[in-house]
Each structure stands twice: as structure tokens, then as C-alpha cells.
Design a protein around this ligand. Structure first.
Ligand code: GUN
Length: 297
């Protein structure tokens, strides 16, 4: 059996198109575009790339992008002042502070200062709490994107065995909550889990979010499992390569022979994150304007 490749890139393109169409309707209905403010402190090269792609995607979707680039030595007080100003700004529907922040800044304090109703990353404790108790709020973009791919492929997840590998606040924990809400039987595995291969073996759904190149082996998987690979790891360069290959947390080549469907790296979960960010921003705009969020967003 060769697993079907779950094309996150194509799914994300479709989602971005739907968001763009609704963003146009939002602008006609309210006389203003939905707006996303992105704050970048310092010059981390990977963060600069992310922030640039978020800006481009936001503008392409017909929304307003407000970029705030601050020097690495910005004080926490200055950053908190900017967040307050964005909270109060009616043109701003969503606020994203790019992580990681420079070491002298307290990430939890900064995230905690964002209005939960503009927290399109879903990182605020209020949104984590809303997700935990089943209230509507904002769900972190990567796990929500994984969930969209899973339900698109599998439909009803009721009663399926799901194993999430990784327990981060950004992916593992919210992913487990979403799967639980969808009536899956959920296990969260992590670095202290005993006999991880045996735990993974019972999973109909595996979500790997550990950040270790090709750690999940084909032999661990149940026949016909659906595999969502959140990892993006760069291998050391092989002979003659300038840069190493990008790989996920799952041994894709091996898993293809056992799984029924699997997300590739790149082109799987990665493109979903920005598409869901745009979606969350437009949802925030509808809610902040007191309008009903359209179906299918
Ligand atoms: N850094 C890497 N990914 C993300 C993300 O999704 N949101 C924020 N705020 N920072 C990040």
C-alpha cells in the first residue's frame, strides 16, 4: 500500500481563497478591511522570514497588515505599551507577537497583555481556557490547521484512537483538546513516555510534533493510520549539498508503505499555519464588528 499524500499546500490555498472572498464581503459590509498587526522584536532571521510571509499573505487576502518592527533592546514596558495601543485600535482585529522574544522579555506577560478577543494566535490563557471548556475563542493556528486536514480526510473522528506526540502549549496540548472535542480517544505522548512505539501502534491518527528529524518509524505505525507530521527539521548537509534536506518528525519514506494517508514535509502542515492565521483574523474581525461569522470559514 502506498499512503495518500495529504496536500496541505492545496488545502491551504483553498482556505486562503475562501478567506479572501469573505474578507471582500467584510470590507463591503463594514467600510473597512479586517486588520492584522504583527509585532517583531529583534532580528531573528527565521522570524523575519515568517513575518514577511504573514504580511504578504495578509495583503493578498484583502486584509490590512500593520507591521511593527522593534529593536532587540526594546524594554518590556515599551512592548506592553504597543500591545495596549493595538488593543485599543479599532482598525486592528488581530494581534500577533512573533515568538521567540529576546531573552529579557517575559513571553507570558506579553501574550497576557493582548486582548483575548484579538489573540489570533490563541496563545492567551483565556483562549487556552476557552478551548479546554469548549467555549468559542481562538485556537492556535497549527493544531487547528491539522484538525482541518484530518476532518477533511476522515470526516467523523468519533471513537478513533489518536496519539499526539509532543505536549507543547502551541501544538500538542491544543491538538489533544481538539481531538477530544471531536470525540476521539486521545493519548498525549512525550519524552518521558514509556514504550512510545507501542503507544503509537494503537493509533488510527498520529500527530507528531516533537521537532526531532524522522523520529517516528514506519514499524511503529498501525496499518492504515492517518499521519499528520508537524515537524520541520533540517538534516545536516549530505555530500555535495549546500543545505541539508527538510524532513518531518516521521520517516516519510517508510511510513508511506504502512499509513493510509500522510502529510509531506514540506507542503503538508506548514502552509496551513498562515492560512489559519488569516482565517482567525477574519473571524476576529466579524466578531469584533458584532457580525455573525460566515459558515465555512
Ligand atoms: N513563532 C513561530 N511560529 C509562531 C506562531 O505561530 N506565532 C507566533 N506568535 N510566533 C511564532
Amino acid at each position: 500500500m502506498t499512503a495518500e499524500r495529504i496536500d496541505g499546500k492545496a488545502f491551504a490555498a483553498g482556505l486562503r481563497e475562501r478567506v479572501g472572498a469573505h474578507a471582500g464581503k467584510f470590507a463591503s459590509a463594514t467600510g473597512r478591511k479586517a486588520g492584522l498587526a504583527v509585532v517583531l522584536v529583534g532580528e531573528d532571521p527565521a522570524s523575519q522570514v515568517y513575518v514577511r510571509s504573514k504580511h504578504k499573505a495578509t495583503v493578498e487576502a484583502g486584509m490590512e497588515s500593520f507591521e511593527h518592527r522593534l529593536p532587540a533592546e526594546t524594554s518590556e514596558l515599551e512592548l506592553l505599551k504597543l500591545v495596549e495601543q493595538l488593543n485599543a485600535d479599532e482598525a486592528v482585529d488581530g494581534i500577533l507577537v512573533q515568538l521567540p522574544l529576546p531573552g529579557h522579555l517575559d513571553e507570558q506577560a506579553v501574550i497576557g497583555a493582548i486582548s483575548p478577543d484579538k489573540d489570533v494566535d490563541g496563545f492567551h490563557v483565556t483562549n487556552a481556557g476557552r478551548l479546554a471548556v469548549g467555549q468559542s475563542g481562538f485556537v492556535p493556528c497549527t493544531p487547528l490547521g491539522c484538525m482541518m486536514l484530518l476532518t477533511d480526510r476522515l470526516g467523523d473522528l468519533s471513537g478513533l484512537e489518536a496519539v499526539v506526540i509532543g505536549r507543547s502549549n502551541i501544538v500538542g496540548k491544543p491538538m489533544a483538546q481538539l481531538l477530544l472535542d471531536a470525540n476521539a480517544t486521545v493519548t498525549i505522548a512525550h519524552s518521558r513516555t514509556k514504550d512510545l512505539p507501542a503507544v503509537v501502534k494503537r493509533a488510527d491518527i498520529v500527530v507528531a510534533a516533537v521537532g526531532r528529524a524522522e523520529m517516528v518509524k514506519a514499524e511503529w505505525l498501525k496499518d492504515g493510520a492517518t499521519v499528520i507530521d508537524v515537524g520541520i527539521n533540517r538534516l545536516p548537509p549530505a555530500e555535495g549539498e549546500e543545505k541539508g534536506r527538510l524532513v518531518g518528525d516521521v520517516d516519510y519514506a517508510g511510513a508511506e508503505g504502512v499509513a493510509s494517508a500522510i502529510t509531506p514535509v514540506p507542503g503538508g502542515v506548514g502552509p496551513m499555519t498562515i492560512a489559519v492565521l488569516l482565517r482567525n483574523t477574519l473571524v476576529a474581525a466579524y466578531r469584533n464588528a458584532g457580525l455573525e461569522v460566515p459558515e465555512g470559514l
